[in-house]
Structures are given as C-alpha cells and as structure tokens.
Design a protein. Structure first.
Ligand code: XMP
Length: 518
C-alpha cells in the first residue's frame, strides 16, 4: 500500500481517497507509527498529511525519524512538508505571514521535474499554513514559490523525497490531482493496478480461505453497504451464504420488492424475509418520544433477527455444516473514526438498526472494511447490482419510524410513504439526486392546520421537506432546490396524499439542526 500518515487534520481521508482515485491502494496510519511498523507494512510510498499544528508547538505531532531512512518514496503535504523539511536539515520559520485559501504560486515546469513537470507555470492552489519552509534541505530543488513563501515545493529525485506546501488533495488546488498522480506514477514508479475488479478478486479469495465449507449469515437492510458486502461473499461462497431481511414496516415504498426481487434476481442470493410489520407496530403503539421509539425499534429488530437466526442455526446443524460467520458492511471511515487510524476521532454513535447484539457467537466477515462509500458503489456496479440499490442515498436504520413526529400508526406510515415516494420521484426527474445528500420527508402527525380544497375547509397535517447537502453527514447545509421543483412537489403531495394540506421546507443547517427530526 501507500501509507497516508495522519497528522490529525481532517485531510488524511481525503488524501487516501485521491491516491485510490489514481488506482493505487492506500491506508491511513497514525503519526505515532514507528519505522519498524512502517517497514512491516512494506509500503511502496508514503504521504505525510497536513495537520493543525505548528512544528514549533509543544507537543506538535512528530514523526519517527527512522521512517525517512527506510528508502521509501515520500510526499509531504503542508504540515507533512514542514516535518520533512526539518528532519532532512532544512529550515522552517515563523514568518508571521499566514496564507489561507486560494493562493497563486509559480511552479517550475521543466520535464525533468517529475512532480510538477508539464503543468502551467502560474496556478492557483489551496494553502492553509502559518509557518513556512525558509530553506530547503541540502540537495533539494525548489520547485515552486508564492508571494510570501519562497519554498512552496521541493524535490530530490535522487532521494525520492517530494513536498508541497499546499493541499493538492482539495479540489480548490487546480492541478492537485496531477501532483498526486505524478508522485505516485512518475516519481515513485507505482503501477496503477488497483480497481474494483482487483478488489473483488482479492476479497473473493480471502473470503474463501476464511470460510472454508462453513455457513455464513448476513442481515440485509436494503442499503448499499450490506447489499454489496453480501454480494461479494456470495461471489466467494455461493449458497453457503444465507441473507436475512427484516421488514419492520418502516421501509419506503418499493424497497422490500427491490430487495426480494431485483437484488435476488441480480445475485442469486438465498434470502429469508421476516415479516415483522405487526410486531413493530404493536411495540410502537402509543409511543411518541423519539428516543423511546429508537430503542423499541432497535430492540425489536434484534429480536426478529435472532428468531430467524435460531431457525437457520437449527437447520444448518441438521445439515452438519454450522453457521460460523456473520457478514457486516463496515466501511473504512468507521474503522478510521473509531481509532483505527487517527488521533482526531469524531465518532457519532448512531443507533443502527442493522447493529447486532454484542454476544454473537459468530466470527465477522467485513469485506468492505478497507473501502470508502464511492468505492463500495463501484464494486456494487461491477457485481451487477440494481442501480436503485447501489445509488441509494443514506436512510436511517429506524426508517420512517423517526420521520413521523408523534405516534407511529399504519395510516400515518401509509401517508408518509406516499409523500416520500413523490419527493424521491420528482427529485430524480429533476436530475437533483447527485446534488442532494438525502432528503428526509417528515410527517408532523400531531400538528394540524386549516386549509381549503375545492369548496371545503380542510384540517390536515403538514409534510416537511428536509433536503440537505453534505460530505459526511457530520455537518450539512440545506439544499437550495429550484422553486419550480418545490412547487411541483408541493402540488402533487397536497393533491395526491389524503389528509396532507400543507408542504413546508426546512431551511436549517446542521448544526444547529440534525438531519433527521428525531
Ligand atoms: P442526524 O439526524 O444525526 O443524521 O444529523 C446523520 C445521518 O445519519 C442518519 N441516521 C441514522 N443512520 N441509524 C442509521 O443507520 C440511525 O439510527 C440513524 N439516525 C440518523 C441520517 O439519515 C443522516 O444520514
């Protein structure tokens, strides 16, 4: 792999993704990693990330000095560039001149220069630093400068060390991806051979070796991650895998059919559906407190899953092949954020309905553990999964249960499902799916307002639209939907959904609002 050393800013994940976009596998490691640990991972390249600190600060994140002695091609970015400059005998200075945001740099473009060669001499890059490299280490060529930073990039092809003061991983740096590509392919000579196909082949082999002839169980939620994880495992071990899908009655229109028909047709997976709709409705009767609803839904989910599991275990034992493994759709950001890679963990502890009890007797198979969401989607497409599932936007485990403000009843679920289907259809027709992270549709079941329809007075419920744009759901802004799209949605909902006589738009960012209303 290429190791991305995380100095504690939010940039390491972005760098890791950009490296992978250049078809090279990357892994994030903490800056506390030792030279021996690095060597053990046998990396073909190293990227030192940016960070929030100054190299002068007490307790500023350091780097084991042995790492730069391993002879591995290394690219330093921002703080990583300064750490590198210092360790190799250059000089970093507090110039008092901060550069922040879009900055003009002049770069050396001769062909001998493997990092920046072939790029325009004048370009705009994204800077964010207080200190600057004043003198490059001996034997290094200075490759770029800005008005206030004389050494904005340097290189030593002989030593295999490269660095830039700016952030090539952010889109605001005009030729940023070229810097990363040049470092990987030209400077370090790393082949571009990592892609969906190679990941599938590698995982299939690994899963086969792990599972042998045992049986495997997987809970499907209807979302992308579990669908792709199960499809990968199925590719590896076929009908040794059994999937369980719990219909808790809080799903959106058509979702159960998409899983039971389209997904099964595309994969040939053996699927057991548990129809738990009645069970959930009666457990939720009379409850309107959001946290209580979430707890009940989580508890009932585990109950249904364990029931199905018990039956399958009994069946498998009768066949003489025990169920030994459980598939989970854990993704790389979850691994990194829960301490797998960084010092700046910001963990969100969502109650996930797909989450299973901790005392499970199974070994885990997590085939997506090293992947980002967009990579998981690419693999899903490669495996031929239906687009409706592969492209699905985030949907909370507790489903529509936390989008009815008030008690959850069958009638209310039906209303909300109808309104939600209209919103999703209209956003898709308007070509807005890529712009929107997700658009919860919320029923204010305990609120009524007066309206007029035909000749009569109405007294109905409002529907709230909550379209948001986001990178990772940690923060979000409300999406400025075109007025004509909003008008069409409002018209259709008030005409087609009984008992709804008003449509309102949520214009709150996160924070202070959360994305979901409960
Ligand atoms: P909030 O409402 O906290 O939501 O801003 C952030 C993101 O998480 C989703 N969400 C959940 N996902 N189980 C999940 O799997 C949950 O209990 C849950 N609650 C919220 C939400 O849709 C948004 O994408």
């Amino acid at each position: 792999p290429v190791l991305v050393v995380d100095f504690g800013a939010q940039y390491a994940q972005l760098i890791a993704r950009r490296v992978r976009e250049a078809s090279v596998y990357s892994e994030i490691v903490p800056h506390t990693i030792t030279a021996a640990e690095v060597a053990a991972k046998n990396p073909v390249g190293i990227v030192l990330s940016g960070g929030p600190s100054s190299v002068y600060e007490e307790g500023a994140p350091a780097l084991d000095e042995g790492i730069l002695g391993l002879g591995i091609p290394t690219l330093g970015i921002c703080y990583g560039f300064q750490v590198m400059a210092r360790q190799l005998g250059g000089e970093v200075a507090h110039t008092g001149q901060r550069e922040y945001g879009s900055t003009a740099v002049t770069v050396r473009t001769d062909d001998e220069n493997s990092l920046l060669g072939g790029q325009p001499e004048a370009q705009i890059v994204w800077m964010s630093h207080g200190d600057s490299v004043a003198i490059a280490p001996e034997g290094f060529d200075v490759l770029a400068s800005s008005a206030s930073t004389p050494v904005a990039a340097f290189a030593s092809d002989e030593k295999g060390f490269y660095g830039v003061q700016w952030h090539p991983e952010v889109k605001h740096s005009q030729f940023g991806q070229d810097v990363i590509v040049n470092f990987l392919h030209k400077a370090a000579g790393i082949p571009a051979d990592w892609n969906s196909g190679s990941v599938i082949a590698e995982q299939v082999e690994k899963i086969r070796a792990q599972v042998g002839s045992a049986r495997v169980i997987c809970g499907l939620s209807g979302g992308v991650d579990s669908a792709v994880a199960a499809a990968l495992v199925h590719q590896a071990v076929g009908d040794q895998l059994i999937c369980v899908f719990v219909d808790h009655g809080l799903l959106r229109q058509d979702e159960r059919r998409q899983v039971e028909e389209d997904y099964v047709a595309a994969t040939g997976i053996r699927l057991v559906t548990i129809d738990a709709r009645e069970q959930f409705l009666s457990a939720l009767a009379g409850v309107s407190d959001p946290e209580t609803k979430r707890k009940i839904i989580g508890r009932e989910f585990i109950r249904s899953f364990e029931q199905a599991e018990a039956d399958l275990i009994a069946e498998a034992e009768a066949d003489g092949e025990p169920i030994r493994f459980l598939v989970q759709g854990t993704l790389y950001p979850d691994v990194v954020e829960s301490g797998g890679g960084t010092g700046t963990a910001n963990i969100k502890s969502h109650h996930n309905v797909g989450g299973l009890p901790e005392d499970l007797q199974f070994e885990l198979i997590e085939p997506l553990r090293t992947l980002f969401k967009d990579e998981v989607r690419a693999i899903g497409r490669e495996l031929g999964l239906p687009e409706a599932i592969v492209a699905r936007q985030p949907f909370p485990g507790p489903g529509l249960g936390i989008r009815i403000i008030g008690e959850v009843t069958q009638d209310r679920l039906d209303l909300l499902r109808q309104a939600d289907a209209i919103v999703r259809a209209e956003l898709t027709i308007a070509g807005l799916d890529a712009e929107i992270w997700q658009c919860p549709v919320v029923l204010l079941a305990d609120v009524r307002s007066v309206g007029v329809q035909g000749d009569g007075r109405t007294y109905g419920h409002p529907i709230v639209l909550r379209p948001v744009s986001s990178e990772d759901a940690m923060t979000a802004d409300w999406t400025r939907l075109p007025y004509d799209v909003l008008a069409r949605i409002s018209n259709r909902i008030t005409n087609e959904v009984p008992e709804v006589n008003r449509v309102v738009l949520d214009v709150t960012s996160k924070p202070p609002g959360t994305i979901e209303w409960e």
